[in-house]
Design a protein around this ligand. Structure first.
Ligand SMILES: [Zn+2]
Length: 432
């Protein structure tokens, strides 16, 4: 019952398509079909009708070497069948390419990618190329009834860069003003997240110097490369971090003595980018003294700001009480506990395992709170300690093993000098 109308629709549709192809002239919005291309240049295998401006080859040059590529950008909601028909090819062609011996990458296409078609004068598909990124293109070349895929990968050029910035209002604004991407600023904050609380610590006049790589493709910026080294001077105290790949192949950041920058606890229990838009609201507004005695640190922050587990561990309490509002307690190993109060929403349940940096809830004003803020507590062996200074009494972070140190220290000699000279230049500039 149901397939007869479908068959008719298909037949009528095909007829309309064929009529459309033969009756209409060159369409304004559609790229040329193979038959149109063939008509445009009857005596040459490579027509000069370069209608598609996305083609990367020069038409004159192409005429001498190979048939031109007709490129299509994958749009939202596209599938291969749609793109093939837009290019003037059939599902049979698609089947041959996708189900050839290795049509693997063609099974997944994403908006923004480019799919190019190459055909002969008769309109037969000769090759298809799928550009998945500027660094990876897969080309399927016809071999009888099969298409054989080959990958072509490119390596971007790495250019060494350095940048210096002074904090006026926040790390985020300083980084943005210096031309760093958001991702790079977050990476920078991540590197220093165990020694600096980016909500409460930064002061106007703090300086940051970064050595990093920029990835270039065909002479244009393509992407951020890694941060190679960075120094952060906070209220006169300088922290340095160096990227190092050890003999096991693990890459991490270490200070000038080879001590890991990755600490057991993050200093800031919440997303600093959400709090730093006005410089340090925690000093502009009175701190909410909602608990007596006050045994933690309060972070005034917009409702909904993500709250992180400062260390990995297990959720031992997650619930609601009148004074605490929505709250989460996390146990870290034998000795340590962290508490997060007045949350708007909880994102974890009692018993859950969490990793450092996991979002456990959002800032709110539930319970005995006069405004949206996070009340954060740190307990050592059941005793409340000041979370702002507790990192100084915590066990030392992992150091590079003895046998790694000589190679590490040699590798940081040059960047250490470079960071020092950037700091000196900054001092001179400020002195003038
Ligand atoms: Zn509090």
């Amino acid at each position: 019952m149901h397939h007869r109308p479908l068959i008719w629709m298909a037949i009528v549709g095909s007829l309309l398509l064929i009529m459309g192809l033969s009756l209409s002239g060159p369409k304004e919005s559609n790229p040329p079909t193979p038959s149109e291309l063939a008509q445009a240049a009857p005596d040459e295998g490579a027509p000069e009708a370069a209608i598609d401006s996305t083609r990367d080859a020069d038409p004159v040059e192409t005429a001498q070497s190979e048939p031109p590529w007709n490129d299509f950008i994958v749009r939202e909601g596209d599938n291969l069948s749609l793109i093939f028909s837009r290019a003037g090819f059939t599902d049979t062609d698609l089947f041959r390419v996708a189900n050839g011996n290795n049509g693997r990458s063609l099974k997944r296409i994403y908006p923004g990618e480019t799919i190019g078609f190459q055909s002969n004068a008769e309109g037969d598909l000769l090759a298809l190329r799928h550009q998945q990124s500027p660094l990876l293109t897969t080309t399927y070349i016809r071999d009888h009834d099969l298409f054989i895929a080959t990958d072509e990968t490119r390596e971007p050029d790495r250019i060494a860069r350095d940048v210096s910035m002074t904090i006026d209002s926040s790390l985020f604004l300083a980084g943005t003003d210096a031309g760093l991407s958001d991702a790079m600023i977050m990476e920078l904050a991540g590197i220093f997240g165990g020694v600096i609380d980016f909500v409460l610590d930064p002061r106007a006049g703090d300086t940051i110097h970064v050595l990093y790589e920029e990835l270039m493709l065909d002479g244009a910026r393509f992407d951020d490369g890694p941060i190679l080294a960075a120094s952060f001077t906070n209220r006169g105290e300088t922290f340095e971090a160096y990227r190092y790949t050890d003999s096991e192949g693990d890459t991490s950041y270490y200070n000038e003595l080879g001590v890991s920058m990755r600490k057991a606890f993050l200093l800031a229990p919440l997303d600093f980018t959400r709090v730093s838009s006005n410089f340090n609201p925690n000093r502009l507004h009175p701190i909410y003294k909602t608990h007596k005695p006050h045994r933690g640190t309060d972070y005034a922050a917009p409702r909904g700001t993500p709250v992180y587990a400062t260390g990995s561990g297990r959720v031992i309490e997650a619930g609601y009480t009148r004074p605490n509002g929505n709250y989460v307690f996390i146990q870290h190993g034998e000795q340590f506990e962290t508490h997060y109060l007045h949350l708007h929403r909880l994102r974890v349940k009692k018993g859950a395992r969490v990793k450092q940096g996991d979002i456990i809830g959002t800032v709110g004003s539930t319970g005995a709170a006069t405004g949206p803020h996070l009340h954060y507590e740190f307990l050592v062996n059941g005793v409340h300690r000041n979370p702002r200074t507790v990192h100084k009494i915590l066990p030392k972070a992992r150091s590079l093993p003895e046998e790694e140190l000589p190679r590490y220290l040699a590798s940081i000699r040059q960047p250490t000098r470079q960071l020092a000279s950037l700091r000196n230049a900054k001092h001179l500039a400020l002195a003038e």
